[in-house]
Write a protein that binds this ligand. Structure first.
Ligand SMILES: [Fe+2]
Length: 597
């Protein structure tokens, strides 16, 4: 399952599925100096497909052939690897390919027009549209003065489909692409690269997308057919299912010298920043065989111990969820199965200094729903959401205490801490909970405090402000301890991010706010402490956030003073090419990066 960061119900309109518009005019490329600065030309100039709300993509009624299926990548230095298949496998691959295309054509005819949540022309509209890879470009122009603490690399993950979808596609179904801005002794570089997952490499080899897309395609009979085709390829040895089918497009964490790109549908992918400030995929990283199942995209690292805490889940068989702890040097210290009545979507969790908080919410997985034409992702309105509180170093779930929290659905849990008998959890409560699968409602994402009383077994819930706020970050030195401030994306108009808010978690007030301006939008902020001095103020640092101007077509990386009353920008890095809206990021200081494995 891909990251559920920003719901993508962009209106309730529906359109017909379109042909990859590979022959559209290059209006964007002509008017945007960034578009022509991309150094590597791919075999399909998808920048021509970038549209603003004023433009429309062409429509068509049938899937494309391999020859006109637009490959959005394949830089010259990374040609698809040749695969050795025997004669029978090659023949089977061709037969399966033909069958699959026929199924796609029939399915599209039956489904047209598509709901907007899976219509690629809606999901990839404007600056949600993918970009080409870009090798490192150095000496970028900077307005203002960069703080001295910005010595390292800011990396942001996001979806960027390798091929323009020929059918159902949800934004979260895109191949993972990383955008890295490196600050190196006064010089600033930028690079963006795909994370070369097994899915990515196999589809690159075949010249078309055929792995099941977890949100867009795993629905009804078409989803069953897509899975059967995948399993058949695996049984015939054309694909190696043990290599996974994840996209690594959501989260990022730097742990034990390794930068990991993660989506909760697979084991993490290790990537690295090269000496040239480029990005390189190292490979799948299963913690040296210690991780057997998918890991959620939001592991937590204790800043004091360096330990990594996470959840692993398996939607096919119990135990559906496992709680994991890895020591700072990567050794698994604990694995605690968590018994759930059925598999539930668990995108995030939280830790305190002594406890872990594990949500069990209303979005559940019921694969059998596909056999009756439905979605396997179901909102169970009869289920009372609950949070499990367990000692951080528990060895058995017998120590886990479930506490019900009615009317609460957190995609993201930003932090948690202890106050007496209570565990306090901060997250954004989404309404409706299944907004990423529905099109008709305008969602609410309310910053919310939940208090879980371990003595009474009861909970209390409090709204913090009235803005639509998601993808929050805080000072990373405060993981698991009480924080006063949280920095969040203002997701208005949904799903675009029009600015950033600094929230006081005690008063629920907006203490500082920065609006990007007309037709300028961004995403998640990342907090970089100005100093490692433990006596420094919690908000003594800077926010990093990509911002895109939809009028000029230009993208920037903004650096904002987190302590100023207005989140005052102190610097802006002018980026050489467009950066699509994406998911989560991280800043890795140079001294930590130098200790990479
Ligand atoms: Fe997320």
């Amino acid at each position: 399952m891909a990251c559920i960061d920003l719901a993508v119900s962009r209106g309730s309109s529906v359109r017909k599925v379109g042909t990859p518009s590979s022959r559209l005019s290059s209006e964007y490329a002509v008017r945007s100096p960034q578009a022509v600065a991309v150094p590597r030309k791919t075999n399909f100039d998808h920048s021509k497909l970038y549209t603003t709300e004023k433009q429309q993509l062409k429509k068509s009624s049938s899937p494309s052939s391999p020859s006109d299926s637009p490959c959005l990548t394949t830089p010259a230095s990374a040609k698809p690897a040749k695969k050795h298949l025997n004669f029978a496998q090659r023949l089977a691959e061709k037969v399966l390919d033909t069958v699959e295309r026929n199924l796609e054509s029939r399915h599209l005819r039956d489904e047209s027009p598509l709901p907007s949540t899976v219509d690629p022309h809606v999901q990839l509209e404007g600056n949600f549209y993918p970009v080409d890879e870009s090798a490192a470009q150095h000496g970028l122009e900077v307005d203002g003065t960069l703080p001295a603490c910005l010595h390292g690399v800011y990396v942001r993950n996001g979806p960027n489909p390798q091929f323009f979808p020929t059918g159902r596609h949800h934004l979260f179904d895109g191949d993972g692409m990383l955008h890295a801005v490196t600050f190196d002794e006064g010089s600033v570089s930028y690079a963006c690269r795909y994370t070369r997952t097994y899915r990515f490499r196999e589809e690159e080899r075949c010249g078309r997308a055929f792995f099941p897309k977890p949100i867009g395609e795993l629905h009804g009979y078409g989803g069953v057919a897509r899975l059967l085709m995948y399993w058949t390829r695996s049984l015939l040895g054309i694909l190696d299912a043990s290599q996974g089918m994840g996209m690594a497009n959501a989260g990022l964490v730097f742990f034990n010298g390794r930068l990991l790109a993660i989506s909760e549908d697979d084991i993490p992918m290790e990537v690295r920043i090269t000496e040239e400030n480029d990005i390189e995929t190292v490979g799948r990283y299963d913690f040296h065989g210690q991780l057997k199942h998918s890991m959620i995209a939001h592991p937590k690292i204790d800043p004091d111990t360096g330990e990594l805490f996470s959840l692993s889940y398996n939607v096919l068989s119990a135990p559906y969820l496992k709680y994991l702890i890895f020591s700072a040097d990567g050794e698994k210290k604990a694995e605690v199965p968590v018994t759930l009545p059925e598999a539930a979507m668990t995108h995030d969790f939280a830790i305190t200094k002594n406890f872990v908080v594990i949500p069990d919410q209303q979005i559940v997985f019921r694969l059998k729903e596909m056999l009756t034409g439905g979605s396997p992702v179901v909102l169970d309105g009869t289920k009372v959401p609950r949070f499990g509180v367990m000692p951080r170093y528990a060895t058995s779930e017998e120590e886990l205490q479930w506490i019900e929290v009615p009317d609460c659905f957190f995609f993201h849990l930003y932090n948690a801490w202890e106050e007496g008998d209570e565990v306090v959890v901060i997250g954004s409560s989404m309404t409706p909970a299944d907004i990423i699968f529905k099109t008709s409602e305008v969602p609410r994402a309310t910053l919310t405090e939940v208090r879980l009383n371990r003595t009474t077994g009861l909970s209390r819930k409090r709204d913090l402000g009235h803005l639509n706020l998601e993808v929050g970050k805080m000072n990373p030195q405060y993981v698991g301890v009480q924080t006063q401030f949280m920095y969040l994306a203002i997701v208005e108009p949904w799903p675009k991010v029009s600015g950033l808010a600094k929230m006081d978690l005690q008063t629920g007030e907006v203490v500082a706010r920065y609006n990007y301006g007309p037709n300028r939008f961004g995403g998640e902020p990342v907090f970089v402490p100005r100093t490692s001095d433990p006596g420094a103020a919690e908000d003594d640092g800077f926010l990093l956030a990509f911002m895109h101007d939809e009028d000029s077509g230009l993208s920037e990386l903004l650096v904002l003073d987190a302590a100023s009353p207005s989140l005052q920008p102190v610097a802006s890095v002018k980026l050489p090419s467009r950066v699509p809206y994406g998911f989560h990021g991280a800043f890795i200081p140079a001294d930590e990066l130098s200790r990479r494995a």
